[in-house]
Design a protein around this ligand. Structure first.
Ligand code: AMP
Length: 527
């Protein structure tokens, strides 16, 4: 079995790893670190939860420890699809550089340019950025990328889903052709393949095998709910959700409640709050300070219920989540594995409860097919009439902090809050899928493994470096992001996603609790 000490990492990095409690490298680490340290391009096919962040940060830090940052000319660049993920990569850097003097700047949207500019001006070793914000800085003339020696693209498949590929191509073209590239993606959709063929040079391919199992220590259940009337369905789902939470009692110390659509995230969080539950929403349309505050609150135990979209919860690493509630059956089966992997972590027991309405039965069948088991059916805690749940019950609910439930939550209020909103009905002209956020978003503690197998990618044409594009109209944000569907980092292009799903083999679901990880093999591939 490979040891960290065999990997030629900087001794100060090794010390930080030891202090972080890691004993052995995970497969992706054992496979990617040696070629990365040799200066080779790496194509890592692995998803969140496999330890892939350390597989690029550790060699980067080791290499960066040898030189010095220059003003406005970062030496390395990490691109992440979402702000949360970028922030998490930055945290990883802090952990592993604690005994070294390396500087970093986090360039993400929703944060003022001023502070970011100051850091860049001073000179940073590592820039961790979302693509849009990086291009903004570049176009403002504040950033010179000609000294970038190492560039990482993390979660390239998500970048594709979110329409960031044109931005990524542009950033590749802004950086020197001699740079080293470490490129990570959970899947290899044709578009990703094209990018890697174009911009990577003889990459070493390290692949973590596909896995689609759910941990045995997660108790699962699904409640089949047929609404009394079609127009009452959303209301009845929320009533049932509260009843399911109540039925768990004190065992439910905290929970993530996943919804497929952003607007449902808001509605469910609002409804729970109204009924006295300590809940807050998180999704890509909320401003960054709000998202950070909510996540921090959930992490440190001040917030009991996090109502989330897949995208926003992406990369969220909270070690003890007692419950996951799926307000909707995810429309992509593999997201089920990622969602429920948020509970039952680090060997703890967890519980995952899902609500399924008749329209979602096909999705449920897909989930059960993927996890190769039937999810036990739960009884409706409200009996046959979910809509009739008396709102006064909710007044008994206390927040985690022991505060009594909102006194304002009267039956009338609740009834009002549960009314389906007209605007919502009207705005749903597009098919639902157009609004669905669905990201793989598990951040598990991976289990170390034994033998890594890596392959050299076939020889491609030398890196094609087109001259840098200038925005045609001089206005930075209009033309260049046409394909991205908006400026929010959390936005995405679901059509792309659906397209991809047809075309690729997704690597899914690794739970930190899952000793099966040990049995994972690497696929040795050469094309
Ligand atoms: P990632 O796939 O990078 O999101 O990593 C998921 C989690 O695994 C993070 O909480 C890391 O701190 C943790 N981790 C990374 N490498 C190791 C390792 N070799 N041993 C144990 N935990 C690790």
């Amino acid at each position: 079995m490979t040891k960290f000490s065999d990997l030629n990492l900087n001794p100060k990095v090794l010390r930080a790893i030891e202090e972080a409690g890691y004993e052995t490298p995970t497969p992706i680490q054992a496979g990617a670190i040696p070629p990365a340290l040799e200066g080779k391009d790496v194509l890592g096919i692995a998803q969140t939860g496999t330890g892939k962040t350390a597989s690029f940060t550790l060699p980067m830090i080791t290499m960066l420890a040898r030189g010095r940052a220059r003003a406005r000319m970062p030496r390395s660049l990490v691109l992440c699809p979402t702000r949360e993920l970028a922030a998490q990569v930055a945290e990883n850097f802090d952990t592993y550089t604690k005994h070294l003097k390396l500087t970093k700047a986090l360039l993400i949207g929703g944060v003022s340019f001023g502070e970011q500019d100051k850091l860049i001006d001073k000179g940073v070793d590592v820039l961790i950025a979302t693509p849009g914000r990086l291009i903004d800085h570049f176009e403002r003339g504040k950033l010179i990328l000609s000294d970038v020696k190492i560039m990482v693209v993390d979660e390239a498949d998500r970048m594709l889903d979110m329409g960031f590929i044109p931005d990524i191509e542009r950033i590749f073209q802004m950086t020197p052709f001699t740079r080293q590239t470490l490129f990570f993606s959970a899947t290899m959709a044709p578009e990703i393949e094209r990018i890697t063929n174009t911009f990577l040079s003889n990459p070493i391919r390290v692949e973590v095998a596909r896995q689609a199992t759910t941990g045995e220590n997660i108790e699962q259940g699904v409640l089949m709910l047929a609404a009394s009337r079609k127009d009452r369905e959303a209301t009845e789902k929320r009533n049932v959700l509260r009843a399911l939470i109540d039925a768990e009692g004190d065992k439910c110390t905290n929970a993530i409640i996943f919804c497929n659509r952003k607007m449902d995230v808001d509605t469910v969080a609002k409804s729970l709050k109204k009924h006295g539950y300590d809940a807050a929403p998180i999704h890509g349309d909320l401003d960054q300070s709000q998202r950070t505050k909510t996540l921090d609150g959930f992490r440190n135990g001040d917030l009991r219920f996090l109502v989330a979209s897949d995208v926003a919860a992406r990369g969220l690493d909270v070690p003890s989540v007692s419950h996951v509630f799926n307000f909707d059956v995810p429309s992509h089966a593999e997201d089920y594995v990622h969602r429920i992997g948020r509970t039952g972590r680090a060997g703890r027991d967890g519980k995952a409860i899902m609500i399924c309405v008749p329209r979602d039965e096909k999705n449920l069948a897909d989930v059960e097919h993927l996890v190769q088991r039937e999810i036990p059916r739960l009884e409706n805690p409200l009996g046959d009439k979910p809509a009739a749940k008396p709102v006064k019950d909710t007044a008994k609910v206390t927040t985690k902090a022991g505060k009594p439930a909102s006194k304002d939550a009267t039956p009338d209020d609740a009834a009002k809050s549960e009314k389906p909103k007209r605007t919502r009905t009207r705005s749903r002209k597009k098919p639902d899928s157009a609004k669905v956020e669905d990201e793989n978003s598990v951040a598990d503690t991976p289990t170390p493994e034994a033998t890594p197998k890596v392959t050299a990618e076939p020889q491609h044409e030398p890196k094609a470096e087109a001259p840098e594009e200038k925005p045609q109209d001089g206005k930075p944000h209009q033309n260049r992001r046409g394909g991205r569907g908006g400026r929010t980092d959390g936005n995405r292009n679901d059509n792309n996603r659906q397209q991809n799903n047809r075309n690729d083999n997704r690597v899914v679901g690794l739970g930190d609790h899952t000793p099966e990880f040990i049995e994972l093999s690497f696929e040795q591939r050469s094309k």
